[in-house]
Design a protein around this ligand. Structure first.
Ligand code: ATP
Length: 474
């Protein structure tokens, strides 16, 4: 667990200052529930996607990829149940006109929304969390799908939806992928892409947005093997979070009790992360039976079954679905990485101390902010500095190292300011390694390698540094 108690305010301020995350359409006052990722944020997200794709698709024999369209035939959403049932209960305050998700409002006040079939009721005593009034409307279901029209005529027959999840694109292409990929059950189809939900109350920074990105795997299995594959994928996914630098003690599993499971699901586990605003879901891993494929078979009239030639068995595969959000993982990584430290001035022997939030560094110490990203997901991997900018020999050598390294990893070249300041700027964006070219480099082809976390510097031959970086970063 990150020992530094980061607040969303200080994190958001760093993210804006250093170009991780901006409010969408900021120059027009922003638009609620939408976010843009700046130069560093888009590298971070790309590293998350690449790490997932590498581990879930590229390095496995039994998973293949797909990139389906965002707008699909509206029948898909009828079959999946989204048109009928993808709704959250919405409640309005009659006094201040604020709008809430009724289940969240109740939860915040230690109560539970009462559900009776498809209608909802607030328990006694619920109040508006903005103005405190008890004058609230009866909660009603609000469908979260964004509607649009396909083609020039805006009538009912042209209605289409922005996908609220990437999963249905996978189910809809199951038979095409099966017949072209030479895969046999058990096997999976993976997809990364944008999803859209008209969330009633987007909040907690990027945690709940209206446009976000999902990484979903549908792993098709033989009926009856659901429990073992579900357990397998829960363990795999938890292991993966460790590989991108989220410590085991910041993650928990929420195992759905039977009464919370969808009627077709046999098991569901959420991977939960301890965010500054509470323990919340990063990913859901559900054993969904054959609900989706059999509904598509029913609605499309096209068979969705699988024939096993070795055993002569024919069945509609069951599925285990690990479904993760790129933006939520990015937020978890940012929360986990952020720390402020107090560094001893002019005293190499003294230890770095974790800062106390909101306090000044004590005498003899100075403050630094560090993003302690794992090298695998750090947006910039290596920063290269010539010691002095007015010495062409140093600049030329540093520039040539930079040109070499950037072919492999996102790198940063910086000549401006004192070397200590340049290191500090990299610490703040989480660059794990700094390489400095100085006069000794010109004599013996060595450079100094600075470690972001320990701040220790080590002299290395350039050839050995290359080998070290490839070993650590590739
Ligand atoms: P929640 O209960 O938080 O609304 P959910 O259980 O409906 O989420 P799923 O439908 O299981 O979410 O979606 C899978 C994953 O997609 C989530 O674990 C999350 O990482 C991501 N996700 C879902 N909704 C959002 C959102 N509004 N903003 C960002 N990420 C989201």
């Amino acid at each position: 667990m990150n020992p530094y108690k980061v607040t969303l305010d200080s994190l958001a301020s760093l993210c804006k200052r250093r170009g991780f995350i901006f409010q969408s359409s900021e120059i027009y006052g922003g638009i609620n529930g939408f976010w843009d990722y700046g130069p560093l944020g888009c590298e971070l997200k790309r590293n998350i996607r690449n790490a997932w794709w590498k581990d879930v698709v590229q390095c496995r024999d039994d998973v293949v990829g797909l990139d389906s369209s965002i707008i699909m035939h509206p029948k898909i959403w009828e079959a999946s149940g989204h048109i009928g049932g993808f709704a959250d209960p919405m409640v309005d305050c009659k006094v201040c006109k604020k709008r809430f998700r009724a289940d969240q409002l109740c939860e915040e006040q230690g109560a539970k929304l009462i559900t009776e079939g498809s209608t909802f009721r607030l328990p006694e005593g619920m109040k508006c969390s903005a103005c405190g009034s008890k004058d609230l409307t009866t909660p009603k279901a609000f469908n979260l799908m964004f509607k649009t029209f396909v083609g020039p005529v805006e009538d009912e027959s042209a209605v289409a939806y922005l996908r609220p999840e990437t999963a249905q694109g996978i189910f809809a292409q199951f038979t095409n992928v099966l017949s072209t990929s030479r895969q046999k059950v058990p096997f999976g189809i993976a997809q990364i892409g944008k999803a859209f939900r008209n969330e009633i109350n987007p909040r907690n920074y990027t945690f709940r947005s209206r446009e976000f990105e999902q990484m979903e795997l549908e792993f098709f299995i033989k009926p009856g093997t659901d429990a073992e594959w579900h357990e397998y994928w829960v363990n795999e996914r938890l292991r993966w979070y460790g590989s991108i630098g989220l410590p085991a003690d910041s993650l928990t599993r929420y195992v759905y009790p039977k009464e919370e499971l969808a009627h077709y699901a046999s098991a569901c586990v959420d991977v939960m992360f301890a965010f500054p605003f509470g323990v919340q879901e990063l990913e859901g891993i559900a054993a969904r039976g054959n609900f989706d494929l059999s509904r598509h078979q029913e609605f499309s009239g096209k068979p969705q079954d699988y024939f096993n030639q070795e055993t002569n068995e024919k069945f509609i595969p069951h599925v285990v679905e690990p479904s993760a959000g790129v933006d939520r993982i990015a937020l978890a990584l940012l929360c986990n990485a952020y720390r402020e430290e107090w560094l001893p001035k002019d005293n190499e022997a003294a230890e770095i101390i974790l800062a106390e939030p909101g306090k000044q560094a004590p005498a003899g110490y100075e403050a630094r902010t560090v993003m302690g990203f794992a090298p695998r997901i750090a947006p910039v991997k290596v920063a290269v500095f010539p010691l002095l900018k007015n010495k062409p020999e140093l600049v030329e050598k540093a520039r040539s190292l930079f040109t070499d390294y950037r072919r492999y990893w996102p790198c940063f070249y910086d000549v401006t300011g004192a070397i200590g300041r340049r290191y500090r700027r990299q610490d703040e964006i989480g660059t794990p390694f700094g390489v400095t070219v100085d006069f000794q480099t010109l004599q013996d082809d060595t450079v100094t390698l600075r470690d972001r976390d320990t701040m220790k510097q080590e002299r290395l031959k350039i050839v050995d540094l290359g080998a070290f970086l490839h070993k650590t970063l590739d």
